[in-house]
Design a protein around this ligand. Sequence first.
Ligand code: GDP
Length: 487
Amino acid sequence: GSILHWPAAAARDKLLGGLLADGLDEGSCHSRYQAAMYRRNAGREPSAHLVSKLRRHEDLQRRCGPGTAAYSNAVESLRSGKSGGIGSPECRFLVSMSYRGLGNRILAAASAFLYAMLTDRVLLVDPSNEMDELFCEPFPGTTWLLPPGFPLTNYTSFSVDTAESYGNMLKNKVIRTDAGDVPTAQLPAFAYVHLDHTSTVEDKFFFCDEEQRVIRNIPWLVMRTDSYIVPGLFLVTGFQEELDLLFPETDTVFHHLGRYLFHPTNHVWGLVTRYYDAYLATAQQRVGIQVRVFGRQPESPKLLEQITTCTQKENLLPEVIAAGEAAVVPSSPHGRKSKAVLVTSLKSWYYEKLKTMYWEHATATGEAVSVHQPSHEEYQHFGARSHDTKAWAEIYLLSLTDMLVTSGWSTFGYVAQGLGGLTPWVMHKPANESGVADPPCCRDVSMEPCFHAPPFYDCRLKQGADTGKIVPHVQHCDDVPWGLKLV
Ligand code: GDP
């Protein structure tokens, strides 16, 4: 594509400051190498410690991953229910389930990856829901997809009631943490870690040091989460030193992990680049607006007003002037400043209204504003292939904008802001259905995603606590008040 519109891009480190390993076949995944040229915002630099940890982790994935003797042995041990057994002791595994919307799946995989790095486990991602078709392989020389033939055949139906969940094993005293170190031979061959929005207090003991010491020695973990559990990992004292070294800037965790892990496959990359080149590349500034419409919400003039007042008040988009007022005329048509607005939404109504507004009225600044929306799928489909492909392309396109407005609560927006390195302006839902949100949007405190289902427990005091007040960089989110985010 016509990607080199700006000379600095040519020199920009396509491996993102060493974040990405060299040596992968460029043709198999163009986005991995071309993304840096599409990003005007180069993003933050990864720490040297993160870069070297990633290389060591890639080694682990290759040494123990599918296709190796270590992997076959570990699968055999799991099949026979042994914990110590013949499995190679240096290889332990984490299977991350992929369910719910694309944003949820991306946040879950990123969270699982960080946990895998912190605990030296091989990450294997459940390939359901197109995880295999949307993303390139992130690790050179191996696969991150859980191969067919996994012995826990029913793992995708594990739920809060599964007897082998860590929480239930604690509750039923199958595992005890009060009797000192548990001999490895007495540990189960696997534990299911249930961390979605239905998880119990016991499930959330996962975020305690005592539990982590036991879990550490269980060879296989299967994790279900639909959330960004990373702020919870920052509450575990035993992880803090390593996390400080990996992420001296705590607000960049998803930014780096996301850019490391999630590269659109060539088909999706085609959707991204064709759209970008055709509609967004030539504008002087790009403004992304993510309008998340939940369920059967009707078209809402109030939400439209929220979008226009937010973007105008925050100087993201110009105001329009009334018909008949004198418009600003540039000295030549080429001297006109231009802004391209990328709207993503399941509905087309908001886009139509914005586009009409900037066509029928002149802007107060004389800027030319073009408005674009790649798709309008009308409602949320589950497990529909082309639907997810478009969703991924749109998340990615939002991440290529210069300024981003998101809808609170939405993991779709979280992923875009993190990949783009953009601290968004967030539109909150009005306090009551009939009300107007005031202010229409607020600048977020960081680009990190919000953890929607955090623990409310102080592991050291062994009592309920406000987990937004335990460590300085873990605070409550603006959009989901009980949620936690890194700042
Ligand atoms: P969340 O529900 O907002 O947290 O985001 P998710 O990505 O987890 O789930 C919403 C799903 O609805 C997405 O994965 C898409 O499949 C679909 N969806 C929501 N908004 C959009 C949009 O603006 N564009 C497209 N193409 N799909 C969307």
